[in-house]
Design a protein around this ligand. Structure first.
Ligand SMILES: [Zn+2]
Length: 316
């Protein structure tokens, strides 16, 4: 019986729609590979698959290694609905809209209408079992991307390490915070940098802690970056309490000590710069504003780290 169920989904995965008009763009297989990976990492629980910036990041990583065509995660996320194993769940007040809409072309439109997708319970259960998960993953690769096998296996292995490291960083808050570490927690830069970013984005949900903007492109790419409070080169420290999420402008300004954060988590802006332009966009307008803090207090940025940063700002 269990085998019959597995066979059923092998057949389903072998008959996905490939956009032949656009040179066999493998949107649906790549989305499913990304979802399988997130299930494997424990990042999709309870069979709820939201169209999240994190899913987009994984999708783009696969996509860009496979093809140089333009990616669009909204297409497969929406059109998989023609498969019986894929179910959409609307956001409140969008039930009717979801019933009548025939296409969704952008990530932002997708996020507006759809809260999450889910898989058949049987399929979700299979994907939570290592052996069956590998069989289904291999079905997708063999059928749609056989010439990319090595590349995909490399990504899968790298992603496992990145997720493992990111989880390790989130668990690391059980240690007492120290400003400098003798050795980095992870030495491989290819794992270290995206792992730190992943942990910080999980805490701050792709939102700049200073201006509170969360900007995602139509493709789901984000403006926010994971910033070290004490630069990594000075501290070797990827502790999430030595990190915050900042938009590109505020990351740039923070790294140049044009503003800092005080012991009560309020922004303090340097006056050692010239700023011209509309008052509401100036860095000076951030002075005295509280930064966005994580829900869990144990994940708060370290006051010692901000003290180091403030000291630098004042000694400029
Ligand atoms: Zn910002």
């Amino acid at each position: 019986m269990a085998n019959e169920i597995l066979q059923k989904y092998i057949r389903e995965f072998s008959s996905l729609r490939i956009d032949r008009a656009h040179g066999n763009a493998p949107h649906q297989p790549v989305l499913l590979l990304s979802i399988i990976e997130q299930i494997e990492q424990g990042q999709i629980e309870n069979n709820e698959i939201p169209p999240s910036p994190h899913l987009v990041e994984v999708f783009l990583k696969y996509w860009n290694s496979i093809t140089n065509r333009k990616p669009n995660i909204a297409l497969p996320f929406f059109h998989l609905k023609s498969r019986s194993f894929w179910h959409h769940h609307p956001n409140p007040d969008y039930e009717k809209a979801l019933e009548v809409v025939t296409q969704i072309k952008t990530f932002s439109q997708l996020r507006k209408i759809i809260s999450h997708a889910s898989l058949d319970e049987d399929l979700f259960a299979l994907l939570n079992q290592p052996l069956e998960r590998e069989i289904l993953r291999k079905t997708l690769i063999d059928k749609y991307l056989p010439h990319r096998l090595n590349e995909i296996q490399r990504i899968i292995s790298e992603e496992q390490q990145i997720s493992g490291f990111s989880q390790e960083l989130l668990n690391y808050v059980q240690h007492e915070f120290s400003i400098e570490l003798d050795e980095p927690i992870e030495s491989d830069k290819k794992i270290r940098e995206p792992g730190f970013r992943r942990a910080i984005m999980r805490i701050y949900d792709y939102t700049c802690v200073v201006c509170k903007l969360q900007i995602l492109t139509l493709n789901g790419e984000s403006v926010t970056e994971a910033a070290h409070i004490i630069p990594f080169t000075n501290s070797n420290n990827d502790d999430v309490r030595n990190g915050i999420s900042l938009c590109k402008l505020h990351h740039w300004a923070f790294d140049r000590f044009l503003f800092s954060v005080d012991e009560s988590f309020y922004v303090t802006v340097s006056d050692l710069m010239t700023e011209n332009g509309p008052a509401e966009w100036k860095l000076a307008s951030l002075n005295g504003k509280e930064i966005l803090l994580p829900e869990q207090q144990e994940l708060y940025p370290a006051k010692e780290a901000f003290a180091w940063h403030r000291e630098k700002m004042l000694s400029q």
